[in-house]
Design a protein. Sequence first.
Length: 120
Amino acid sequence: MTRMKYLVAAATLSLALAGCSSSKDEVPDNPPSEIYATAQQKLQDGNFKAAITQLEALDNRYPFGPYSQQVQLDLIYAYYKNADLPLAQAAIDRFMRLQSDSSKHRLRTLHAWPDRHGVG
């Protein structure tokens, strides 16, 4: 049953990312620092959908760059605040797979308390 949850989450994440693609590139081909700064501004403004677009572009273009780990955490937060709980869970699972540090596993509590911030 747990395996099925992961498969559904991965499929949902894949479909969401595929659905975001278009013939026009929404995020200019700027240096990673500029894309990250734009994403941070969008997060601060509460424009989570735009922040997600920036963060996903940064994650796709520079998966092993200097912002990689923080971008993954920011994506979890943005998905959560945008009420995309399945995507938040899939991003948490991905982060935990990629980051073996057990202290990071506290992110599971984010999914366990969806009403904490009025989401869910």
